[in-house]
Design a protein around this ligand. Structure first.
Ligand SMILES: [Zn+2]
Length: 113
């Protein structure tokens, strides 16, 4: 049964050291993290490991924190999105104005003729 244990240890991703101890003896702690988009990520650490305050959300890459009600803000991504949306809005506004003016011009031309 030693072979089975070795495979299991490898799959979990343990290093070459301490695989045998990890199996059943080493207790673990599961720490939930939430990102600004509400993704929950459960990360398991060894009980003696230092749990980081923040964890990158594997789904969207935003920083995730341990407080579900107050996830860390996304300082890099959010201004980008807002800016992009803003640009899109302005562009469609400008297009709308151009179309309107074109239509008015045609109307005037027709009336004039
Ligand atoms: Zn996320």
């Amino acid at each position: 049964m030693a072979g089975g244990n070795a495979i299991r240890g490898t799959r979990v991703g343990a290093g070459p050291m301490g695989e045998a101890e990890r199996g059943e003896a080493a207790p673990r702690q599961r720490v939930p993290y939430w990102c600004a988009q509400g993704h929950e990520t459960q990360v398991s650490f060894a009980s003696d490991a230092e749990v980081p305050e923040l964890w990158d959300c594997p789904r969207c890459g935003l920083p995730a924190g341990q407080d579900q009600d107050a996830p860390p803000p996304a300082p890099h991504t959010e201004p980008y999105k807002t800016h992009l949306a803003y640009v899109r809005e302005r562009r469609s506004d400008a297009d709308g104005d151009a179309l309107l003016e074109e239509a008015l011009a045609k109307l005037r031309a027709r009336r004039g003729a």
